[in-house]
Design a protein around this ligand. Structure first.
Ligand code: SF4
Length: 429
C-alpha cells in the first residue's frame, strides 16, 4: 500500500512562494504522527510532505492520500484531493477544518476524520485494505493510552528554525470566541510526563519548541512537567497566556528549566475587546510590567495582536504600534480579526450579516473577510499594513531588540528579518 500524507499550506506559507522563510517555520507534527500510527503489518510505503518546506510530487501514484488543513488551506487541500482522486487514489481528510466543516469536506474527499486520529487512522487503513471504508470516522475524546511519538525521520529538520517541536498537552482550557483550539480539542488533555520527556531526550540539539496553545494551561501539570524537563538541561520556547505573571513560582521553575521565549497572544490593548471575546483573563494593565518581567528573567517575547475587534477604530493601529515599540516586543506579529468557520465569532458575525466572503483561502489573517464596526474594510487593511511596515523598519527592529536578554537574540534578529521580508510581500502598500 502506498500512502501519501500531506500537510497542506496556504500560498502565504507554501514552499516556493518565498514569503515564509526558515526563521519563522515550526515543524508541524500531525503527519509524522499519522506516519507513526501506520500499522507495521500493512508494510506500507509512506511519504510525508509539509507544503511549507517541500512540494508535493504530483506524479506519484499513491493508493491513499491523507490530508490535513486549517481553514485558509482548505481550498488547497481540495485541489490536492481532486488531483489524486482523478488518479484513482482514495482521499482521507482530517484536521481543524474537516472536523468543523465536515459536510463541506465530504463533497471533496472520500473520508473525513473528526477529531483525533490515534484510534481511527489505523482502523481506516485496515478498512481501506478490506474495502469497507466508512465516510466519517470520529474520535473526539483523546485517549492517552494510544498516544505515539511522531515519526521524526519525516521532518526535514534543516528547513525549520524550530525542528524539535513537541506537544506536552492538547487543546486549551480557555474559550476565546475567535479561537479554534477549544473547538477542535473539546477538552484540555495533558500527556503522560514520562512519555513526553522520553521523546524529548531522544531529540538531538538543545532547543525544544512546544506547540501547545498554553504550556501553563494546567499549573499543577506544568509544575510536574518542568521539574522533569529541568533535568534534561535543555532550553525551550512555547506559548503562555499573560496571566502567567500571577504565578511567579511557576515562572521561576520555567526559567530554571530553560525557558528562553514566550509566545503570547496579547490580541488587543483594549480590555473591553478582550472581555467581549471571552479573553478577559488577559489584563491589559499587566502587559507592560509582564514584558519587563519576562525580559528580566531572560525570556524573549513573541507577541501577537489582532485588529478588527468591534471596539477598534482608526486609532487602534497607531496605539498598538506605539506600544509594541515602547514595550520592546522582540518579535511582534499582527493579524486581522478572522472569524474562522465553526467558531462562535463566525456565527455571531453571520447572524449580524457581516460576513463578506466564504472563500476560506481569504481567512488567512491578512485579509478582511467581515465588515468591521468602526472602519471600512479598506481602512482596517491599510492600518494593519502600516503597522507591519513600521514595526519591521530597520530602525524599529533595532529599537525593539536593543535591550537584554541577548542569548537567543541573533535568532530573533533573523526572525525579524524574515518577518520584514514577509511584510514586504504580504503587506506592501
Ligand atoms: S488562550 Fe489562546 S489558545 Fe486558548 S482559547 Fe484563547 S486564544 Fe485560543
Amino acid at each position: 500500500m502506498k500512502i501519501l500524507l500531506v500537510h497542506t499550506q496556504h500560498a502565504i506559507q507554501r514552499f516556493g512562494t518565498g514569503m515564509y522563510q526558515k526563521y519563522l517555520r515550526y515543524a508541524p507534527l500531525t503527519m509524522p504522527t499519522l506516519a507513526a500510527l501506520v500499522p507495521a503489518e500493512l508494510h506500507a510505503e509512506v511519504r510525508v510532505i509539509d507544503e511549507m518546506v517541500e512540494e508535493v510530487d504530483l506524479n506519484w501514484n499513491p493508493d491513499l492520500v491523507g490530508i490535513t488543513a486549517i481553514s485558509s488551506a482548505s481550498p488547497r487541500a481540495y485541489e490536492i484531493a481532486r488531483h489524486f482522486k482523478n488518479k484513482g487514489a482514495t482521499i482521507v481528510m482530517g484536521g481543524v477544518h474537516a472536523t468543523l466543516m465536515t459536510e463541506e469536506a465530504l463533497e471533496h474527499v472520500d473520508v473525513v476524520v473528526k477529531g483525533y486520529a490515534e484510534e481511527v487512522w489505523p482502523q481506516i487503513l485496515h478498512d481501506f485494505k478490506n474495502g469497507c471504508l466508512k465516510r466519517v470516522y470520529e474520535m473526539r475524546e483523546y485517549n492517552s493510552a494510544l498516544s505515539v511519538s511522531p515519526a521524526r525521520q519525516f521532518i526535514r529538520r534543516s528547513r525549520y528554525i524550530a525542528c524539535n517541536t513537541v506537544e506536552m498537552s492538547l487543546g486549551c482550557n480557555r474559550k476565546c470566541d475567535f479561537c479554534v483550539a477549544h473547538r477542535f480539542h473539546q477538552k484540555f488533555h495533558a500527556k503522560d510526563v514520562a512519555q513526553v520527556i522520553q521523546e524529548i531526550k531522544a531529540m538531538p540539539g538543545k532547543m525544544v519548541t512546544f506547540l501547545d496553545p498554553n504550556v501553563a494551561g494546567d499549573a499543577q501539570y506544568a509544575r510536574e512537567f518542568f521539574t522533569e524537563f529541568k533535568k534534561l538541561k535543555k532550553m525551550w520556547v512555547g506559548c503562555v497566556t499573560i496571566d502567567i505573571i500571577n504565578r511567579p513560582e511557576l515562572m521561576d521553575l520555567m526559567v530554571e528549566s530553560g525557558a528562553k521565549g514566550f509566545l503570547i497572544g496579547f490580541e488587543s490593548l483594549d480590555q473591553e475587546a478582550l472581555d467581549a471575546a471571552n479573553k478577559g483573563f488577559s489584563r491589559v494593565n499587566d502587559y507592560q510590567k509582564a514584558i519587563k518581567e519576562f525580559h528580566r528573567r531572560g525570556i524573549v517575547v513573541q507577541g501577537s495582536f489582532v485588529f478588527g475587534f468591534d471596539t477598534d477604530d482608526l486609532n487602534t493601529c497607531q496605539n498598538t504600534l506605539d506600544f509594541v515599540i515602547k514595550a520592546k516586543i522582540d518579535l511582534p506579529q499582527f493579524t486581522i480579526y478572522t472569524p474562522f468557520p465553526g467558531t462562535e465569532a463566525f456565527l455571531r458575525l453571520e447572524k449580524e450579516g457581516r460576513i463578506l466572503t466564504r472563500d476560506w483561502s481569504r481567512y488567512n489573517g491578512h485579509e478582511v473577510v467581515f465588515m468591521p464596526k468602526n472602519m471600512t474594510p479598506e481602512q482596517l487593511k491599510a492600518g494593519v499594513d502600516n503597522v507591519w511596515k513600521t514595526t519591521y523598519s530597520y530602525s524599529s527592529i533595532l529599537k525593539r531588540l536593543s535591550d537584554p536578554p541577548y542569548l537567543i537574540k541573533p535568532i530573533i534578529f533573523l526572525s525579524n528579518l524574515n518577518f520584514r521580508w514577509f511584510m514586504k510581500r504580504v503587506h506592501a502598500q
